[in-house]
Design a protein around this ligand. Sequence first.
Ligand code: SF4
Length: 409
Amino acid sequence: MTRAAIVAAPRRPTRQIMVGNVPVGGGAPISVQSMTTTKTADVEGTLSQIYALAAAGADIVRCTCNEPEAAEGLARIVPRSPVPLVADIHFHVEMALAAMEAGVACIRLNPGNLRKPEEIKLVASEARDRGIPIRIGVNAGSLHKDLYKKYGGATPEALVESALMELGYFQEVGFDYVKISVKASSVPLMIEAYRQLADTVDHPLHLGLTEAGPPPAGLIKGTAGIATLLAEGIGDTIRYSLTADPVEEARAGRQLLEAMNLRERKGLDLIACPSCGRAEIDVIGVAREAQRALESRNLPIQVAVMGCVVNGPGEAKEADLGIAAGKQRGHLFIKGQIVRVVPEDEMVEALVAEAEKIVAEGIEARLAAADRHAEAEAEADRRALLEAKGGDANMSEQRVELIRKKLGS
Ligand code: SF4
């Protein structure tokens, strides 16, 4: 089976909506979202963040529309944005209407905050007439108080019922061009709410764990929730909610989808061995240096940094390109095949140069250009290392002898 064929469970079939030119659901690629942290009235500042988010992998960006100046800002931002924009609406029906007037591609309504049925229906009617989708964005922290009372708290059932109530109002005016989210800050609660929702409706789902906090804990929590659902085939668009520069959210979303084979690789995937007693180099240092150099060149390639030539090339043979440390030398390998042996202090430089050539010429061409003496040189290094270190990389028998001597046992 090829790597690309190994994916999560089959995607849950859903309807499809269009957020501007980005399809969501209905088998479309899972999209990455993030949200600006600037004042939307600050047109230049917001646009510069939107561009940074798009460059980091965001397909769709949300901006708050909480005051008239924000709606005016949106009117100026929309025509210059590289990605479709969603307006985030909490309390003010007028802001939803103004955002649509500004030309946004989607509206997010929080059913817990905009509660009057006639106002909800007014927004839905306007969206229906304009052909704009709405995200029903339920949030456990701002759940409708009647539902909170009914269920004795923010339970998965309560979150799902909140979404269905909102959908019911929409349907009364003949509108159901929606995607839905049922976010919570608790991973198990969020997972269960989405599972129940997925069993109940066929609308596309926007996944997210809300208020996840700063990285790395926020990343771990977000990944635990989002990846679990994606692996079950649930989810059509995702957002990490991190207390950090939103660029990190977009990057994390993109990296998660690439790691799960749910989106084509757009950026670098650097893998590195954890290092052990066999390591011939400072694996962490070299991996960091390689990551910095390769990321700055934005090469869509999987690269491995391995601490020793005894196990490295074999363990990382799936990688497009890798380097393993030998006796003061680096073994450069492509798909597990040694193509060149370079001095240790040129390892990163050689890795970057080869990565650029692979991206420009392709793997087959670079394999064909391999140094034909490389395999023999590499084999000599491997043998020398095995002789020096033997099968016991941590030299445990010598250590035991030493301890015995010291203890006189
Ligand atoms: S055996 Fe070699 S490749 Fe594997 S962890 Fe140790 S140093 Fe890294």
